[in-house]
Design a protein around this ligand. Structure first.
Ligand code: B1M
Length: 211
């Protein structure tokens, strides 16, 4: 097994082969985190570049995403180690209008693995659903994901809705996703920006520790 093979097969959308390569890698003792960072994530970047260049269509992006999940499904239980004491509760969701969930799912997995209880609201989550979930779940952290420049404004809408509901003071809000930047996070009043899923965990730890 090589990471290049995994990347190639994800990009081709060959789910059974990706599953087989992942099983072989895990059997050899490859750390799941490494399969993610060296295999799956760069593969999806290549897929995105090809889409942008007009070399592939949306349907092929979907098939590649499905192949990525063939591996992620195997890795997930290994990343989310069981912890008896949780560091806090996090609500995670992809904002309104946005259907991308691979990055958001990685954030949810690593947060679980990092000791948080995670409530995943899914994709295309309107601001009102975040507000209702905050009321019901009483989380410490809310993590918003957006992959499209056109859905970034929904992050701001969500934060404004949380403020309008009088819930802003009790939670920390983190934002992330490929088009999101530190500058954007500051402009919309988020508490932090995380460029990737592991940074989401370390930023959540930092913010909850009050440093
Ligand atoms: Co879409 N798509 N897509 N897509 N897609 C992108 C995002 C795009 C960049 C491709 C491109 O043109 N190069 C482009 C956006 C352009 C833009 O807005 N600037 C794009 C487009 C245009 C579209 C459609 C509009 C296409 C169309 O229909 N014409 C459409 C929109 C649908 C919608 O949402 N309304 C669309 C649809 C789709 C699919 C359904 C086919 C599929 C999604 C399948 C799924 O998610 N289940 C898809 C895919 C797969 C992609 C690419 C190829 C891969 C995204 C991905 O999963 N990356 C993507 C190109 C790319 O990003 N390279 C693209 C892997 C993932 C691990 O990375 O999601 O960035 P990412 O998450 C990272 C970090 O960003 C961060 O941590 C993660 C892990 O480290 N992170 C957070 C994410 N959320 C966080 C939250 C946090 C912290 C960190 O909280 C604090």
């Amino acid at each position: 097994m090589s990471y290049e093979e995994i990347r190639e097969q994800v990009a081709k959308g060959n789910a059974p082969k990706v599953k087989e390569l992942t099983e072989a890698a895990l059997a050899q003792g490859t750390p799941p985190q490494e399969i993610l960072q060296e295999g799956l994530i760069p593969a999806m970047d290549t897929v995105g570049e090809k889409f942008q260049a007009g070399e592939i269509f949306v349907s092929e992006m979907m098939i590649a995403a499905r192949a990525m999940y063939a591996s992620l499904d195997l890795i997930k239980p290994l990343l989310a180690t069981q912890q008896s004491v949780t560091k806090g509760k996090a609500i995670v969701g992809t904002v309104k209008g946005d259907l991308h969930d691979i990055g958001k799912n990685l954030v949810a997995m690593l947060m679980e693995g990092g000791g948080y209880e995670v409530v995943d609201l899914g994709i295309n989550v309107p601001p009102s659903k975040f507000v209702d979930a905050i009321r019901e779940q009483n989380p410490d952290i809310v993590l918003l994901s957006a992959l499209l420049t056109t859905t970034m404004p929904a992050m701001e809408e969500t934060i404004r809705a949380i403020e309008a509901a009088g819930l802003r003071g009790s939670i920390a809000i983190g934002v992330g996703g490929a088009p999101v930047t530190q500058e954007f996070a500051e402009r919309i009043g988020a508490d932090f920006y995380a460029p990737d899923a592991s940074a989401a965990v370390s930023q959540a730890n930092r913010v909850l520790a009050g440093s």
